[in-house]
Design a protein around this ligand. Structure first.
Ligand code: ADP
Length: 450
């Protein structure tokens, strides 16, 4: 049990975690960088402590600083949010060794699922369908690499075992490109993730990205909370997410959901987690597991009514989940737009003072944002500044409400992708539902040609 939580993150997720802690009656500590003194949650937390200068490697990513901050402020638990140290097995281990609680799965579970090769092996053992590919890491010898490529078939995708954030992937269309691609991806993976191990998968041509949210406690209970369709992506980064996934049969989703729950139990997983799949021609293929709360968790919260962050904190306290699978119900449809501070055409991040911020409202609208008028967006971090989420009885109603909400949202002083969201929501393929992972990039190309 603990009663004081250190929030080791910033922006909208830090505020979301603060709200969940407060609703649970917990005390909060904001561990923030020099550039983040004026953040909303820093003002709202019971205590705040500066952990270093603006660049994340000198503050949000420093294990010792965070552990020291927890010790100084008497926090017994650390919530990592998403990004930063949320999927760092070594940080989770350091927290455990300091006698504190890491709000997330055990360091062992993070390290197993964080290695995509090991994660896929665990899923195959648990009976979860995976994208066909190299069983395990790509071997060293040239002949072996060619044999591996031949077995997987072309086109194939080379992926870094330690990869994340849409980086460390390369598509290979023909055998003649294989060796060079393996060498380059290995070098990039080593530089970016400190791990040169790569694996191969069949490159699916027109898949959708559909993921399953799960929650599991220390008492052997686990539930799945439906799916999210996150196919609207640019450079493998999600922009719009929704639940349920349009046009996929409920029985198939339930079957996959049950398999994810079974896999959680098999690996002894505790906490919130997401099983990511590619969906193509009526089939699901596991690609990776995220062992943390995700940016897009609110769409699931709106359709199920479950407070995922609160459940995540509760299970870390050793409490049982407050819901059973029988109690999980799905109502209506929810869609989230990620509002980024970036140039609408070049996608270059935009920083500076937000001179005006007006959040949307009305029935079924939820806004997650740390913005306020006069807030200065630092240039050092992720460009996500707000999430606008709409819930409706039907997908049509959710889209209609979201369009209104996007039209009301005002951010002045920095560039944003608000206008792009309005255009995508208006487009026919999005309206029809079920567009694949290439849709947004095709939409952007067509926009440039105009
Ligand atoms: P990351 O951890 O970097 O997000 P993922 O394994 O989740 O990497 O893949 C990110 C995205 O890359 C997917 O949502 C999908 O768009 C694309 N992708 C990954 N694997 C494949 C594959 N085998 N075939 C086609 N696209 C893929």
């Amino acid at each position: 049990m603990f009663d004081k939580v250190l929030i080791a993150n910033r922006g909208e997720i830090a505020l979301r975690v603060w709200r969940a802690c407060k609703a649970l009656g917990l005390q909060t500590v904001a561990a923030h960088s020099d550039a983040d003194r004026a953040l909303r949650h820093v003002q709202l937390c019971d205590t705040s402590i500066c952990i270093g200068p603006a660049p994340a490697p000198k503050s949000y990513l420093l294990h010792e600083k965070l552990l020291h901050a927890a010790k100084l402020t008497g926090a017994q638990a650390i919530h990592p949010g998403y990004g930063f140290l949320s999927e760092s097995a070594s940080f989770a281990k350091a927290v455990e060794e300091a006698g504190l609680t890491f709000i997330g799965p055990s360091s062992d579970a993070i390290s197993r699922m964080g290695d995509k090769v090991r994660a896929k092996q665990a899923m195959i053992e648990a009976g979860v369908p995976c994208v066909p590919g190299s069983e395990g890491a790509v071997p060293d010898g040239e002949a072996e690499i060619f044999a591996c490529g031949k077995k997987v078939g072309y086109p194939l995708i080379i992926k870094a075992a330690g990869g994340g954030g849409g980086r460390g992937m390369r598509v290979v269309y023909e055998e003649s490109e294989l060796l060079r691609s393996v060498t380059m991806t290995r070098a990039e993976a080593k530089a970016a993730f400190g791990n040169p191990v790569v694996y191969m998968e069949r490159f699916l041509q027109t898949p959708r990205h559909v993921e399953i949210q799960i929650l599991a406690d220390r008492h052997g209970n686990a539930v799945w909370l439906g799916e999210r369709d996150c196919s609207t992506q640019r450079r493998h980064q999600k922009l719009i997410e929704e639940s349920p996934a349009p046009g996929i049969g409920r029985a198939l989703i339930a079957e996959i959901g049950e398999l994810c729950v079974k896999a959680c139990k098999a690996i002894g997983y505790v906490g919130a987690g997401t099983f990511e799949f590619l969906y193509e021609n009526g089939e699901f293929f596991f690609i990776e597991m995220n062992t943390r709360v995700q940016v897009e968790h609110p769409v699931t919260e709106l359709v199920t009514g479950v407070d995922i962050v609160a459940e995540q904190i509760r299970v870390s306290m050793g409490l049982p989940l407050s819901i059973t699978q029988d109690q999980v119900t799905f109502t209506g449809h929810a869609i989230e737009c990620r509002i980024n501070a970036e140039d609408a055409w070049s996608f270059r991040p935009s920083s500076g003072v937000v001179t005006k911020w007006v959040a949307a409202g009305g029935p079924g609208i939820r806004v997650e944002s740390h913005l306020y008028g006069g807030y200065r967006i630092p240039s050092h971090y992720d460009s996500l500044i707000a999430k606008v989420i709409a819930h409706g009885a039907t997908r049509e109603q959710a889209i209609a409400r979201l369009k209104v909400a996007i039209s009301e949202t005002v951010v002045e002083g920095v560039d944003t992708n608000i206008a792009l969201h309005a255009q995508v929501l208006q487009s026919k393929p999005f309206g029809d539902g079920g567009a694949n992972i290439h849709y947004l990039e095709q939409f952007l190309e067509a926009r440039e040609e105009k």
